[in-house]
Ligand binder design. Structure first.
Ligand SMILES: [Fe+2]
Length: 190
């Protein structure tokens, strides 16, 4: 799902960029590769990234955040790698004051979505991928109000008390290390 909180035109940044700025919250080093379905790296894939802050709010819901806070676009490097430093997003409630809320109540479901990163990945010759990455320790991981969680999209947020393994990145310890690969399907005949 692209969802209602995507904003086109986020700044294009280098692999390894730190997006934290003055955001508070648990630091996260999110990194991995963009691969094809055979596991071959895709260089120059464009990742378009957005998320809530640590309070579960997108910039559209919070006037204290700047337009592209915790958002960026990044091209994967020659080995298909991407990396960024950010803060851990938080679970949030979908609107439940309208018919959607009536449905959730009728089904005795909560209105919470587990925390997630949104990522849109594109590369020439491949199908566009719009996906989300969820922390494995989220309290709502098994009861997403909009049913978007898949086991393959749940990432382990590994807590590290020492930042030396992340020396190339400006990340302060303690932080969570998240290693997640995106896989793009080739367009046939492209
Ligand atoms: Fe979202």
């Amino acid at each position: 799902m692209l969802g209602p909180f995507y904003i086109a035109g986020a700044p294009i940044v280098a692999v390894g960029t730190n997006l934290v700025g003055d955001n508070r919250g648990e630091r996260v080093l999110l990194h991995g590769r963009v691969l094809d379905t055979e596991g071959k790296p895709i260089a120059g894939a464009l990742l378009d990234f957005w998320q809530t802050n640590a309070d579960g709010l997108y910039v559209q819901q919070d006037p204290t955040q700047s337009t592209y806070n915790l958002r960026c676009r990044m091209a994967s490097d020659d080995e298909g790698r991407y990396a960024l430093v950010t803060v851990k997003p938080r679970h949030y409630s979908v609107p439940y004051d309208g018919p959607g809320g009536d449905l959730l109540r009728a089904a005795e479901r909560n209105a919470e979505r587990p925390a997630h990163f949104h990522v849109l990945v594109t590369a020439p010759g491949h199908k566009r991928l719009v996906t989300e990455v969820f922390p494995d320790d989220d309290p709502f991981i098994d009861e997403d109000a909009v049913f978007a969680v898949r086991q393959t999209l749940v990432a382990h947020f590994e807590r590290k008390s020492d930042a030396s393994a992340a020396a190339p990145y400006e990340v302060e310890a303690p932080y969570c290390d998240v290693n997640f690969d995106f896989r793009l399907e080739a367009i046939e005949g492209a």
